[in-house]
Design a protein around this ligand. Structure first.
Ligand code: SF4
Ligand code: SF4
Length: 297
């Protein structure tokens, strides 16, 4: 059994309590317009291209077995419809202008990676399984969480909630804390902005709540998308009706995904970053529902 991971972030302080190691699993059923990690969406390894590091030497054009790369007037173009992400160009690129997102790990290899940070977990931290949607790789991730638990390491799962309820139910026994994303409350608007409607997501959150799981709700604040009063009211009413949500974290939008999408040969919409006034207003509105609301983390 192997798991596909596209990043491991050490000394993370915004992915749950204490100092943590966040493991980012590749593959996600959502396609959010503002995604911070577009390289984590597809469930297979992908080649990234950093134009700023490229010296247009043409090696990738020569070694690509599928003829997907062309150098035209000093510009390097990759035809993504031909590229099968084999990684040959990555191995040969002299400047690391090409990189693979996604590496396969066995359970033992991944445990070895995270156990290097054991001393930091004494801060009340631990390991967070993030993504992508970590529970898309359910068997591997649940085994990983179980193994962490056996080693006495605190476990958190950062989830979109769009997963099989049976998987969610099983995750409860191996997860100390759920970081649960809520984006837009209206199902049609949710479908427009993320590619899926939110009925399953809301049902799974209620399920976790009924099962007594510890939950922190995470709300990515995107101006013009989900900062309207109607959405905030619906979110405040829904979240405050649950018993086990300990806090609601407002995560102000950052255009991090825009340049990452370019490295995949894609374009991502750019939104305005929320002003301090907007953040304050959103926090105050959500607090009216009796919730513990924090900005970030
Ligand atoms: S091998 Fe690397 S540096 Fe050379 S053209 Fe290709 S991407 Fe650019
Ligand atoms: S990843 Fe493989 S197929 Fe894609 S551009 Fe590089 S060498 Fe060609």
């Amino acid at each position: 059994m192997r798991g596909l991971v596209f990043d491991i972030k050490r000394y993370a302080i915004h992915d749950g309590p204490g100092i943590r190691t966040s493991v980012f699993f590749k593959g996600c059923p959502l396609r959010c317009w503002w995604c911070h990690n577009p390289e984590g969406q597809r469930p297979h390894p992908e080649m990234l291209y950093y134009s700023s590091k490229c010296i247009a030497c043409g090696i990738c054009e020569r070694v690509c077995p599928l003829g997907a790369v062309r150098v035209v007037d000093g510009r390097v173009e990759t035809d993504r419809s031909l590229c099968d992400n084999c990684g040959v160009c990555v191995e040969h690129c002299p400047t690391e202008a090409r990189e693979m997102a996604g590496k396969w790990y066995t359970l033992e290899e991944l445990m070895e990676e995270v156990e290097r940070d054991l001393p930091f977990y004494r801060s009340g931290g631990g390991v967070t399984a993030s993504g992508g949607e970590p529970l898309m790789q359910a068997e591997f991730v649940l085994s990983f969480l179980r193994r962490l638990r056996e080693r006495g390491i605190h476990t958190a799962v950062d989830t979109s909630g769009h997963v099989d309820p049976e998987v969610m139910r099983r995750a409860v026994s191996t997860t100390d804390l759920f970081l649960y994303d809520l984006k837009v409350m209206d199902p049609e608007r949710h479908a427009l902005y993320t590619g899926v409607d939110n009925r399953l997501i809301l049902r799974n959150l209620m399920l976790l709540d009924e099962l007594g799981a510890r939950i922190w709700v995470r709300f990515p604040l995107i101006p013009g998308i989900n900062d309207d009063f109607e959405n905030l009211r619906a979110m405040g009413e829904f979240v405050s009706s649950l018993r086990n949500v300990e806090q609601l974290n407002v995560l102000p939008y950052h255009p991090l995904g825009v340049s990452k999408a370019e490295r995949l040969g894609e374009e991502q919409r750019r939104f305005e970053r929320p002003s301090k006034e907007l953040i304050d207003k959103v926090v105050a509105t959500l607090r009216e529902y009796g919730l513990v609301v924090k900005v970030g983390g």
